[in-house]
Design a protein around this ligand. Structure first.
Ligand code: CAA
Length: 257
């Protein structure tokens, strides 16, 4: 796989996607949205991949949507082109995606990290939705996902002042799952991805789907949905193998079916 704005690398069952417009601090232009969503969908369809990691550079995960590309747009252009809909394709990927964030994750960069399933951050990471300073607002789900992640008070503070949140505050607020030293970032993300990729793939997809349903439904409906998926796992060879391996005190050998 070869792309203009990203690099894709395979490590056994883990795929690493690196945003690669370092001079522009990985500003997310339309080409990058196309490349990233094409790659993620291709990897999603490849049964030999169990987990993906999306990362940027040491200075910037991504400093937002490409302002220079958007500056001259009219309302009709923005409405007709609807560029940001491409990012919905990433949200529809069924395999886990970990964001490994170092440096700036601003605007669309913060939104991209939040579309991923969880965020591991270097202690240099800075998150923000500074669109208000440009006279606009988040456009790739930031007002919704940030609010769900950190609650109304913090989300309002971030979106209305445009201030950045450092990695420690982001971890305290529940936006990121782990904070590590910058030189540990990729090792930590790859270890997590490797752990996930070693699990049963169908079970992994179901677990991801069930947690995501928590954002979209009420508790009773979500619990019923979870129970149906739980029951469905008993149709899988991996359920038989996983439970047999526990009883026989040996590591499970999943066949991903
Ligand atoms: N779009 C386009 N280019 C960008 C960019 C962006 N979002 N962010 C940085 N760049 C470019 C700069 O223009 C600069 O290019 P030149 O060398 O050609 O001038 C290069 O990247 C390096 O940036 P700086 O010189 O500004 O680097 P810095 O270290 O001084 O500052 C920064 C870093 C604080 C992140 C600053 O670049 C910045 O504030 N960037 C914009 C952040 C922003 O507003 N993001 C939101 C974008 S809108 C959006 O994302 C909408 C949405 O919801 C989808």
């Amino acid at each position: 796989m070869s792309y203009e704005t990203i690099l894709v690398e395979r490590r056994d069952r883990v795929a690493v996607i690196t945003l690669n417009r370092p001079k522009q601090l990985n500003a997310l232009n339309v080409q990058m949205a196309r490349d990233l969503t094409d790659a993620a969908r291709e990897l999603d369809a490849d049964e030999s991949v169990g987990c993906m990691v999306v990362t940027g550079s040491a200075k910037a995960f991504a400093a937002g949507a490409d302002i220079k590309e958007m500056t001259g747009l009219s309302y009709m252009d923005a409405h007709r082109l609807d560029w940001f809909h491409l990012w919905d394709l990433l949200g529809a990927v069924r395999k886990p995606i970990i964001a490994a964030v170092s440096g700036y994750a601003l605007g669309g960069g913060c939104e991209l990290a939040m579309i991923c399933d969880f965020i591991i951050a270097a202690d240099t990471a800075k998150f923000g939705q500074p669109e208000i300073k440009l006279g606009v607002m988040p456009g790739i789900g930031g007002s919704q996902r940030l609010t769900r992640a950190v609650g109304k008070a913090k989300a309002m503070d971030m979106v209305l002042t445009g201030r950045m949140m450092d990695a420690a505050e982001a971890e305290r607020s529940g936006l990121v799952s782990r904070v590590v030293a910058p030189d540990r970032l990729m090792d930590e993300a790859l270890e997590a991805a490797k752990t996930i990729a070693a699990m049963s793939l169908p079970s992994t997809r179901m677990n991801k789907e069930a947690v995501n349903v928590a954002f979209e439904t009420g508790l009773a409906q979500g619990v019923r949905f979870e129970r149906r998926l739980f029951q469905a796992t008993f149709a899988m060879n991996d359920q038989k193998e996983g439970m047999a391996a526990f009883v026989e005190k040996r590591p499970a050998q999943f066949s991903h079916d």
